[in-house]
Ligand binder design. Sequence first.
Ligand code: PLP
Length: 409
Amino acid sequence: MTLVNENFLKLSNNYLFSDIAKKVRQYRESNPEAQVISLGIGDVTQPLCPAAIEAMHKAVDEMASSSTFHGYGPEQGYDFLRKAIIENDFNPRGVSLDLDEVFISDGAKSDCGNIGDILGPQCSIGLTDPVYPVYVDSNVMCGRAGVPTKDGWSNITRIPVSSANNFKPQIPEKRIDIIYLCYPNNPTGTVITRAELSAWVEYALLHGSLILFDAAYEAYIQHDDIPHSIYEIEGAKKVAIEFRSFSKTAGFTGVRCGCTVVPKDLVVKASDGTEVQLNHLWNRRQCTKFNGTSYITQRAAEAIYSPEGKKQVRETINYYMSNAKFMRESLNALGYQTFGGEDAPYIWLKTPDGVSSWEFFDKVLHELSIVTTPGVGFGPSGEGYVRLTAFGNKQQTEEAIHRFQQWKR
Ligand code: PLP
C-alpha cells in the first residue's frame, strides 16, 4: 500500500489567506454593491518597469532564432545575473562574494522551504513570532517541527515580538540550531539595526547555529543604520544563508526570480564530526531538483540593474513607500497605534483594546469594505494586530484611509 508523508497530515487545514478570501467572498455576495478595497494580501499592483519589459522582449526574440536560442541554463543561474547581483547589491555595501556563492532561484518562497533538504531532520528551530508561515509549515512537512503542542510545535521555539518588547526579538539563552530572521519583517514591517543583527551573528558564532536570513524586503529600507544584507555584519558568512527576491524589489511576483546566497565559509558538521560546506550541498541539491530560472526572466532581472532600470524600480518603491507614509501618519492621527511602514511596505496596526485580530478584521470588512490581514494568522503574538499593506494603488489607498477617517467607531 502506498503511504502518505504523514507530516502533511499534521498541517493545519486553515490557510490564512484562503480563510480571508472565503470571508471576503461571502461579504461580496451579500453586499454586491460594496466597493471592496484590499489592504490585505502582500502582492504588488504596479506593472514591471520598462527596462525589464524591454529586456524580456529582447530575450523572447533571441529564443526565436536557433543561433541565439537558450535551452536548459545553468542550474545555479546565468553568470550575467549573478554578477549583476554581486556588483550592485553586495559590493557597494562592502560585501564581496564569488559567483558560485549566489544561486538564482524562482523566488524566495521556494528556497526558504527547499533549504531544509540539506539540514538535519533533528535540528531545532527558532523563529520570531508572528512569522511568515512558510518557515513553520515547511518544517512541519519534513517532520523537523516535531509534534504539535498547545502553543505550537515541540521542536520550534517561538521568539515573541510585540509592542511590549518594541518588536526586538530576545536572543535565546539556550542553543538553537536554525534561526529564521526576516528583516525588514513580514508581517510587522519592523526592522533590525546593524548592532542588533550583530548580536544575532555573535550568538550563532558562539553556538554553532545557522541563521536563515530572509531579505525579501531589503529594497524598502530607508534608514542608513539598517542592514540590507546579513553579510554586512562581520562573521556572518560563517553562519548565515540569505534569501533575496525580485518580487517586491521589482514587481516580479508573477515573473518569479530571486537568489539564495550560500557562502563557502559556511561549514556545518555531519554526525561523525566531519565538516561539510553547505555551499557544496546546496549546489548538489539544486543540480538534482532544480533546472534553473528561465533565461527570459533572468534577463529581465538583470535589466533592473541598468541605470534606467534602477531609476524605474526606485520610483515604484517610492510610490509604495509614499502610500505607507500616508497610511501610517493618517492612522496615527486617528489615534491608532501603528508599527513598521518606515523601512517596509507593511504597517502593523494595534487593534483597539479588547478587540481581537479577527474581530477587527470582520468589523473593518463589514463596516468599511476594507480587507486587512488578521495578525494572529501569523502566530500567537500577532493577536491584537492586523497587517496593512502599502502595495495598493494610490487612489484606493487614499479612499481606504478616507473611510477610516469617516468611520463612526
Ligand atoms: N519571504 C517573505 C518574508 C515574504 O513575505 C515573501 C512573499 O510574500 C517571500 C519570502 C516570497 O517571495 P517570492 O515571491 O520571491 O517567492
